[in-house]
Ligand binder design. Structure first.
Ligand code: HPA
Length: 273
């Protein structure tokens, strides 16, 4: 762990957070108000936390909110930093390390995406089962020694996927399942890139989560990702994505995602077999 994550951890403790965190959430574009569900929240601006992102895009609030939800100790990051903001694939390393120092063993990533699957409509939720990264970028490039050889076989934790699927039953929320392909952004894809991604087997495209999953796996956090379809991908089913549409559709989807997460937190996880 870095000096910055140690320092961020100390700031958090100095704000009166004494209980460990069980589950951490990273909220994508337009999803910040999902943290409203936290009881007795301690909210700390990223600006007070060494190594936390200085946010440059709209739709991200920039606070770490810690408290209880459904009897579980939770932390919500309201907004993330993306590779495309400064060209650093490891820009979420310190926040993830800090969440681990707080005791989190599970991190749930959320984001808005473009759909490449004719059955996945704007407003739908999708559980990510795997990803494709052909960006040529990886947050572990330059990792010392053998530390970068992280297995990606179970990158999206099976037990967490089952827990989310069980939560759909109790919460009455429908969820799709599929593969996420990471594009660097900040431009949206071209129609030809969208066509290529479909041919490669992707169901959605997006500009986040992949470097975070890799960093999370490196430090032993179990990861899951639930994404909201904001639009059809460029040129697919008439898709012509924009940031304002992403923000708007994601904010609507946040209501359903909130219900799903409530259901998820209520479920006690079975021990690994
Ligand atoms: N492509 C990439 N990222 C996105 C999209 C998209 O179509 N929609 C929302 N985030």
């Amino acid at each position: 762990m870095s000096e910055q994550s140690d320092a961020a951890f100390e700031v958090i403790q100095s704000r009166g957070v004494t209980d460990g965190v069980d589950v951490a959430f990273i909220l994508g574009t337009g999803l910040g108000n999902m943290a409203d569900a936290v009881e007795n929240p301690v909210s700390i601006p990223y600006a007070d936390l060494p190594g936390f992102p200085e946010l440059t895009v709209s739709g991200h609030d920039g606070n770490l909110v810690i408290g209880k939800q459904e009897g579980v100790n939770v932390a919500y990051m309201q907004g993330r930093s993306h590779y495309y903001e400064r060209g650093q694939p490891n820009c979420m390393e310190v926040p993830l390390e800090t969440l681990a120092l707080l005791g989190a063993q599970i991190v749930v990533l959320t984001a808005a995406v473009g759909s490449l699957n004719a059955d996945f409509y704007p407003g739908n939720l999708m559980l990510v089962t795997d990803h494709i990264n052909l960006n040529g970028m990886n947050p572990l490039i330059g990792a010392k020694g053998d530390g970068g050889f992280v297995s990606m076989v179970d990158a999206y934790d099976q037990r967490l996927q089952r827990r989310f699927k069980r939560a759909t039953l109790s919460s009455g929320v429908n969820i799709r399942e599929g593969v996420y392909m990471w594009f660097s952004g900040p431009t949206f894809e071209t129609p030809s890139e969208v066509k290529m991604a479909r041919m490669l087997g992707a169901d959605v495209v997006g500009m986040s989560i992949v470097p975070e999953v890799i960093l999370a796996r490196r430090i032993g956090l179990r990861a899951a990702a639930v994404v909201i379809v904001a639009n059809f991908g460029a040129g697919f089913q008439g898709g012509n994505p924009s940031h304002s549409e992403t923000r708007q559709v994601a904010a609507q989807g946040a209501i359903t995602l909130k219900r799903l997460i409530r259901g998820f937190l209520r479920i006690k996880e079975a021990e690994p077999q």
